[in-house]
Design a protein around this ligand. Structure first.
Ligand SMILES: C[S@@+](CC[C@H](N)C(=O)[O-])C[C@H]1O[C@@H](n2cnc3c(N)ncnc32)[C@H](O)[C@@H]1O
Ligand SMILES: [Zn+2]
Length: 383
């Protein structure tokens, strides 16, 4: 028996849960589920209606059960899984946790059939697949109610991270590239895919929270039936010009430059004269909404969900800084100096009037609006 935030699960923990597990449960996703419940709580307060939630790929049912227990405005949860063993477990877990039957419904359908059956029904759709959410994305976008909240998980991180550039081009329409800020590029590749999918259906995706944690990426955002805003959102797509030699980078929203289907070599680095490449097209807008993240943070702190709160706190600080993080260790290596003390470096940048925060993506990651040469100067001085 396993317990997660007061929900009992009749599961034997495996060291490495995989898709061949009889019923999939990963305890390492608890922080993700904490944050998801918090963001759902924010949505519930703003929406003001009794919510219907679809847990499309439910596994043990842990997400849906937690949402119903932790967010009182959730009126009804429909838990779906194609695997009959998962469905049996979900039913068992509903009984085990004395869940009131009028608040829950269990379905055993292929996700596409489920989304088609419940077209326009759900205020919230949550999709936590094996690998990529792409196979379900267009259907989910169409199935969600107007102004609904869409939650997605991706675990095929190696693809947008730059390990499989051709798969990335096929799946996400972007040639992924290994850089010193690959974790953030990965978030922006996923975001682009979601914004584009929504735009195809005259809907606008407004990211509420996007983050990387251990082996997965989580995206939650509101989908508006607003073609005009969808057009505007697409203008937040663009390229990041990056010099692999010295790590200089610059964002280039909606420039129309660069190859439309991927990254390539183009231009000269203004700092070192090296060859600059265009990475993208990527989502260059915010990773989330600061007020939403702030509210979610308060929700997590009230409940003492410490690890989740720490991650969300970092995210909140990052949102106003769009330029991808610098890997300060890699930067120091390039400058042939010792890795800087990040806390001190942040203090010094702020003392000079720049914004500077840690990135949630990697422990050495620094996000700042300081010009690159100022940063290099300080890193040299920090050693
Ligand atoms: C990663 S697990 C879900 C984990 C669960 N949401 C949690 O938080 O623990 C993915 C689930 O999707 C189900 N699944 C995979 N492909 C599916 C499909 N096409 N339609 C419906 N369910 C599917 C699997 O049986 C599995 O239980
Ligand atoms: Zn350069």
């Amino acid at each position: 028996m396993v317990e997660e935030r007061g929900i009992l699960l009749d599961i034997v923990l495996e060291r490495e849960p995989t898709r061949s597990s009889e019923v999939f449960y990963n305890p390492a996703m608890r922080t993700d589920r904490d944050i998801s419940a918090a963001v759902l709580g924010v949505y519930a307060r703003r929406c003001g209606e009794a919510l219907r939630v679809g847990d499309v790929l439910a596994g043990t049912g842990i997400r849906g059960l937690r949402y119903a227990r932790e967010v009182p405005q959730v009126d009804r949860v429909v838990l779906n899984d194609a695997n009959p063993q998962a469905v049996a477990k979900i039913r068992q877990h509903l009984l085990l946790n004395r869940c009131p039957p009028e608040r829950f419904q269990v379905e055993q359908r292929n996700a596409h059939a489920f989304l088609a059956t419940f077209m326009g029904h759900f205020h919230v759709l949550d999709l936590d697949p094996y690998g990529s959410f792409i196979p379900f994305l267009d259907m989910a976008v169409q199935s969600l109610r107007r102004g609904g909240l869409l939650g997605l998980v991706a675990t095929d991180l190696a693809v947008p991270f730059g390990v499989y550039p051709e798969t990335s081009l096929r799946r996400y329409g972007v040639v992924s590239v290994r850089t010193s800020f690959s974790y953030e590029a990965m978030l922006r590749i996923y975001l682009r895919a979601v914004v584009e999918a929504c735009a195809r259906h005259d809907r606008a995706y407004v990211p509420w929270i996007t983050f990387y944690e251990r082996h997965h990426v989580r995206l939650m955002g509101v989908v508006l039936n607003d073609a005009q805003q969808a057009t505007w959102q697409r203008k937040r797509m663009g390229f990041i010009w990056h010099c692999p030699r010295c790590d200089w980078r610059q964002m280039d929203e909606d420039s129309g430059l660069g190859p439309s289907s991927g990254s390539g070599g183009w231009g000269e680095c203004p700092l070192c004269g090296g060859s600059v490449r265009a990475i993208g097209p990527l989502w260059l807008g915010e990773l989330g909404q600061q007020e939403v993240v702030e509210e979610a943070l308060a929700w997590l702190q009230e409940r003492g969900y410490g690890e989740a709160a720490r991650l969300v706190e970092r995210l909140r600080d990052e949102i106003p800084l769009p330029l991808p993080y610098y890997d300060t260790h890699a930067l120091a290596q390039r400058l042939k100096t010792d890795p800087p003390n990040l806390r001190r470096l942040i203090r010094r940048l702020r003392a000079q009037g720049f914004q500077a925060v840690r990135s949630h993506c990697c422990p050495e990651g620094l996000k700042t609006d300081a010009p690159y040469d100022v940063l290099c100067h300080l890193v040299r001085g920090e050693a």
